[in-house]
Design a protein around this ligand. Structure first.
Ligand SMILES: *[C@@H]1O[C@H](CO)[C@@H](O)[C@H](O)[C@H]1NC(C)=O
Ligand SMILES: *[C@@H]1O[C@H](CO)[C@@H](O)[C@H](O)[C@H]1NC(C)=O
Ligand SMILES: *[C@@H]1O[C@H](CO)[C@@H](O)[C@H](O)[C@H]1NC(C)=O
Ligand SMILES: *[C@@H]1O[C@H](CO)[C@@H](O)[C@H](O)[C@H]1NC(C)=O
Ligand SMILES: *[C@@H]1O[C@H](CO)[C@@H](O)[C@H](O)[C@H]1NC(C)=O
Length: 269
């Protein structure tokens, strides 16, 4: 059953890619040239339970969210130039030969693997195999070389709302359809989607979710999530390109990339 469903997704995915090539051969490609999942393949949540706020002031952010709950911020910064530089074609041309460091996609990322950015994009950036474990799945997020990639990151405008006594640090990544990181927590920060869509699941610090640290978010969503009583469900929402999610200190969170996604986090350490 599962296998059949995934083959079908693969075909839809191919079909969409062909449409994308047919329609945008001479213009801007959809999703920066990064493959889409096809909307039927991975569904968004039924209802977003995270606040979405446009034009939020710094005072409102501090009083309503910074120390108490997550929020999705819209129109906070204009990263259209950065987005343009993150198209598949431009990143491959600029950074294809550089080596990047991948981490396994489990809760306590144990293993690291180095390979060229081009090898990653061409060989590993595939839809998540639903049968794979997180500790067997390689994920490109963080461990960035800021010397080599500095010319790109200088064009990123981070969220302007800072927390007193913290310093901002970037983590940049690109990951395939259905990939993600299972539940974990750390300090506060932001995650902006540049291309694609990223679904988030969040619990407050005192509510440790039930999860296996070596299983993927996709497996958790399929096996654990449906049996959760409504009151035990996480806060959740799908962050679209150009939106920024803020997560407060020590909130548990898991992520699922609904499309091939390009994303950047600003950690407030
Ligand atoms: C946010 O501000 C923009 C202009 O800066 C305005 O067009 C828009 O209506 C505002 N949105 C809300 C929800 O207030
Ligand atoms: C964002 O900036 C670009 C230039 O980098 C500009 O063309 C575009 O109109 C801006 N978009 C918004 C919504 O302000
Ligand atoms: C991944 O995790 C599973 C379950 O925790 C374990 O049985 C397996 O040996 C691990 N695989 C690798 C490659 O470490
Ligand atoms: C998860 O996998 C790692 C290695 O990949 C292994 O060392 C660890 O014991 C596993 N954890 C659990 C809870 O099975
Ligand atoms: C980052 O790249 C520079 C230039 O290629 C290299 O000298 C340096 O060792 C790299 N840093 C790390 C941490 O890999």
């Amino acid at each position: 059953m599962r296998l059949g469903r995934w083959r079908c997704i693969g075909m839809r995915f191919l079909f969409l890619t062909l449409i994308a090539f047919a329609c945008f051969e001479s213009g801007t490609p959809v999703n920066g040239g990064w493959e889409l999942s096809g909307h039927l393949a991975l569904e968004e949540e039924e209802q977003c339970t995270v606040d979405r706020r446009a034009n939020l002031t710094y005072a409102e952010f501090i009083h309503q969210y910074a120390f108490s709950r997550p929020v999705i911020l819209q129109r906070l910064t204009n990263n259209s130039l950065f987005q343009d530089l993150c198209s598949k074609e431009k990143l491959l041309a600029e950074f294809g030969d550089f080596r990047i460091r991948l981490s396994t996609a489990n809760t306590y990322s144990y293993q690291k693997v180095d390979l060229s950015f081009q090898e990653y994009v061409e060989q590993l950036l595939e839809p998540q195999d639903p049968k794979s474990l997180g500790n067997d799945t390689l994920y490109f997020f963080g461990d960035n070389n800021f010397t080599e990639w500095g010319g790109l990151f200088q064009h990123y405008s981070p969220p302007p709302f800072r927390l007193l006594g913290t310093k901002a640090a970037y983590s940049f990544g690109i990951a395939g359809v259905g990939s993600g990181v299972p539940f974990h927590w750390h300090g506060p920060g932001y995650s902006e989607v540049i291309f694609g869509r990223k679904r988030w699941f969040l619990y407050p610090p005192e509510k440790r979710p039930d999860f296996h640290p070596n299983k993927t978010t996709l497996t958790w969503l399929r096996d654990t999530y449906p049996a959760l009583p409504i009151t035990e469900r996480p806060l959740q929402c799908t962050v679209q390109a150009g939106e920024v999610l803020y997560f407060p200190d020590r909130w548990w969170h898991a992520t699922l990339n609904l499309d091939t996604s390009v994303f950047i986090s600003t950690f407030l350490g």
